[in-house]
Design a protein around this ligand. Sequence first.
Ligand code: 5RP
Length: 235
Amino acid sequence: MENNAQALAKKAAGYRAADMVRPGMIVGLGTGSTVYYAMERLRERLAQGLACEGVPTSFQTALRAREYGIPLTTLDEYPDLDVAIDGADQVDPRLRLIKGRGAAQTREKIVAEAAKSFIVIVDESKMTESLSAPVPIEVIPYAVTPVLNRLRGMGGLPEVRQGVQKDGPVITDNGNFVIDCRFKKISNPEKLEIQLTGIPGVVESGIFAHYTKKTIVIIGGKDGCRILPSPDIVP
Ligand code: 5RP
């Protein structure tokens, strides 16, 4: 359960990211509670005259963006985005991530790939020396059993994610299942990311290890934000 300090830290990070959006930008909008804060600030800036459009990564984000009056567009209109703003579940010192608590990692990765820069917004609790959280893996239902077996063969401990207030497996916005797979040690996230998407039936995993060069991480705290790799990178 999130405490007040954590909510304030997320808000600080979300607001700082939204303040980096410049007029005319097309912005990828990630999913989750920290992105809600970025959208809250975008709503304020739109009211002050900022013009921008967002590409949502989930039904949750699209609904909130509509509520906030943030104009939405699509990757068909804009296959290249100026920036994507998104949360994360874990961030390591080399800015590699685990994402997907909200089961939105597939669209989040598509949007991160399309963006010139990727702004990741977190509170301090997400920072870790090495990635260790269970990896969310979106799988087409037809392939779930062979994929579970392949993951076990790789030394993983996979579990099909179950719904809350819904019996049976979580169904993603793309109509698929999610497997959360714990690995004893993730020593090479880049390699694991490629291995996972090489399994037939896997749509996408929550390891984001290939965007580090275009990633800025804003870590909210009670005394403002710190920015990695460096605040100088911020326009
Ligand atoms: C959703 C995600 C989220 O961005 C991630 O779980 C962080 O969420 P929050 O900002 O609520 O802590 O990957 O699939």
